[in-house]
Design a protein around this ligand. Structure first.
Ligand SMILES: O=C(O)CCC(=O)C(=O)O
Ligand SMILES: [Fe+2]
Length: 255
């Protein structure tokens, strides 16, 4: 609770079970939320909500440095995957550099989902969704999930929920809303949710690799040409999209 998340901390820090909300319903998880540092005035009014730096537990003492190293490694990996995606779309490998995502914003959530205990299991099935159905907001998400528990589900094109079974040594990679817009729908931001039916506490670390905070995102010409020449999505400013989601996701006492 020393690193409790509030509006005053720029929505960084620890949130208790039920404090995160998806589509109006509390999620059955606790988490530490971190964002790339936003210095005062850096993005004007656009960035005000998320101004601040991250708050780490004091114990273990190397927590901060391990996280910093992890963030640096997954940022490099995500950038490489985005170069591959740019090539796959028929663009140059640098399509997502510069003004688009050359100075990528990032978000990281360290999430814990309580297990089902025998006493609350009938109730659990009805009400307790670890994380309600949503799409991720940015470009690319790397989910590092516990090896032994199946809890993450993804909705396929037929509308069925399928398990994203953990494969040891791998990440699950989600596409975010901004990549859907830039690719004019060639990449879909997939709906997913989390249901931990196991008796074990599940941990996952979701790293969100995002566009530049102030990037204006609209379908790329070469993607538009491949999809009938019509823009399927309206333009969005990534930072605005993120802030609007953050403000509806969190039920904090002091806002
Ligand atoms: O815990 C997971 O497997 C996924 C979490 C997630 O979808 C999210 O934080 O956006
Ligand atoms: Fe997600």
């Amino acid at each position: 609770m020393k690193i409790k998340m509030t509006a005053k901390t720029g929505f960084r820090g620890y949130q208790r079970i039920g404090e995160n909300v998806t589509k109006g319903k509390p999620d059955m998880h606790e988490a530490i939320d971190c964002y790339k540092e936003v210095k005062h005035g850096m993005y004007g009014a656009l960035g005000e909500t998320l101004e601040g730096h991250n708050h780490w537990p004091v114990n273990p003492s190397n927590f901060n440095s391990v996280m910093e190293e992890y963030i640096s490694l997954v940022t490099d990996l995500s950038r490489k995957i985005m170069r591959g995606i740019a090539l796959a779309l028929g663009g140059s490998p640098n399509e997502f550099e510069g003004e688009r995502a050359g100075d990528p914003f990032w978000v990281m959530r360290l999430i814990g989902y309580p297990g089902v205990s025998v006493s609350n299991s009938p109730y659990m099935l009805e009400n307790d969704i670890g994380c309600g159905a949503h799409t991720d907001y940015g470009l690319l998400t790397l989910v590092n999930q516990d090896d032994e528990i199946s809890a993450l589900q993804v909705r396929n094109l037929s509308g069925e929920w399928i398990w994203a079974l953990p494969i040891p040594g791998t990440f699950v990679c989600n596409i975010g809303d901004m990549l859907k817009i830039w690719s004019n729908g060639l990449y879909e931001s997939t709906l997913h949710r989390v249901i931990n039916n196991s008796p074990k506490y599940r941990v996952s670390v979701a790293f969100f690799y995002e566009p530049n905070f102030d990037a204006v995102v609209m379908p790329l010409d070469f993607c538009k040409q491949k999809t009938g020449g019509v823009e399927k999505f309206e333009k969005a400013v990534y930072g605005e999209h993120l802030v609007s989601k953050v403000l509806t996701n969190f039920k904090t006492e002091e806002t």
